[in-house]
Design a protein around this ligand. Structure first.
Ligand SMILES: Nc1ncnc2c1ncn2[C@@H]1O[C@H](COP(=O)(O)OP(=O)(O)OP(=O)(O)O)[C@@H](O)[C@H]1O
Ligand SMILES: [Mg+2]
Length: 141
């Protein structure tokens, strides 16, 4: 509210049971949400951040994506995003994405920049599902 950004959530109705640590995930989401909000700073129209969770068909990962309708990322910056201390901000440290990637990978997941057709940016985190698809639940006689 303070930054005038609307946050929309499109959450998978049954929840997404991933292997992880709530505090670690909170830290990663905070980094991505802050980046998304920074990217919308210059907009005069609506500033929108969309958080989506899903369990894509045929995948043993659950996904959480953070999408903004902000300035987007220049092609020449894409290769440097996860490099420690890479920043384009006057007050940035350039550690948010580097730390987020290490944290997600330590949980067996991946973080990727996804192409977005409209202006803006989407980062997607994939984390292993607790019960991989196709695994029968244990049954007891
Ligand atoms: N959602 C986004 N939209 C546009 N550019 C982004 C986005 N997320 C990251 N970036 C670019 O990637 C750079 C690195 O991001 P990162 O989070 O690692 O550092 P930072 O935000 O600059 O500083 P901090 O250490 O405070 O997070 C940013 O400076 C910015 O140029
Ligand atoms: Mg950041």
């Amino acid at each position: 509210m303070r930054r005038g950004v609307q946050i929309r959530s499109v959450l998978f109705p049954d929840g997404v049971p991933v292997i992880g640590d709530a505090i670690v995930l909170q830290q990663v989401l905070l980094n991505l949400v802050n980046n998304g909000m920074d990217a919308t700073e210059h907009l005069s129209g609506p500033k929108v951040l969309t958080l989506t969770t899903a369990t894509p068909l045929g995948s043993n990962y659950g996904t959480i994506s953070v999408e903004d309708n902000g300035c987007g990322i220049a092609e020449e910056h894409k290769a440097k995003l996860y490099t420690p201390f890479f920043t384009t901000k006057n007050d940035g440290l350039g550690m948010g994405l580097s730390i987020s990637r290490s944290l997600i990978e330590s949980l067996g997941g991946h973080i990727t920049l996804v192409n977005r057709a409209e202006p803006g940016t989407v980062f997607e985190e994939e984390l292993p599902l607790i019960l991989p698809k196709g695994t029968a639940k244990a049954t007891h006689a």
